[in-house]
Design a protein around this ligand. Sequence first.
Ligand SMILES: [Zn+2]
Length: 302
Amino acid sequence: MKKRASLAIGVDVGATGLKAAVVDASGKIVLHARCATGGDEGATEVLDRIALLVGMLSERTGAARVGVGSCGLVDPRSGIVVASTKTMRGWAGTRLRDEVAARTGFPVAVENDGDAAARGESTFGAGRGAPSMVMLTLGTGVGGAFVMDGRVLTGASNMAGKFGHVRVGTEGRPCACGAVDCLEAYASAWALRRAAGCEADEVFKRARRGDRAMRAHVDAMADALGEAFAVIAHTVNPSRIVIGGGIAASWSRMAVRAKRVFRARAMKVAYAATRIVVAELGADAGMIGASLIAPPLHQTRR
Ligand SMILES: [Zn+2]
């Protein structure tokens, strides 16, 4: 099939699921495919699966350029996965950009999956039209990204916007990063499971039915988010904070309390300028965002 320059393939490498989509210039998904990531089988297996999905999508649509958003810490400049969770065996150190380019023959760019999701929301989702935006992804952990004028700020070591690890609590709750009282220790699915002993969905369901202990966990999460909003408003002063991830579906259960804490903790000019909204692209944000970094067809980086 003839190559079509207007189309790009966005790949979302999650710790469990691998998703890829052909995205057109307006952010619409034309065709998509998915499979298990296979992270426990090693980096070569994951790279082979990425190449398989990309090849299949390209054959059917003519898309021939690729953007990849991956879990772990990814350096977009070197194209290398800098760090990763243990569940992705051997993923840290993988030359992600060059390996995918070698397997597919297409130009490839890579970034962190949270940054890709934020880019997607900023361009085509809940951050549309906002000059500056912070995205908080409330999933297993708490991902964060700061987007300014369409650019995702990465910082000196790709930690810019990683608000999941700002200190917001006083209970001494351990965080996955080794520190205590990070936002992630209060406002992630992992933290809820650890504190409440059941899955996030169940915590919200029981809290809604009037279970006081569960309500307290939801309140602690709302308080932590309110504190984090104040930190965010006073560091980067975004016009919008976008709440994404699996827990975003329960945002309405926390919004009033979180905003009350935010208002109490932030200066009025900072609070008043920040709109808090729920993400619009759902699980597609990462693929759509990754498609946006795909290099143009004439440029092949090796
Ligand atoms: Zn932490």
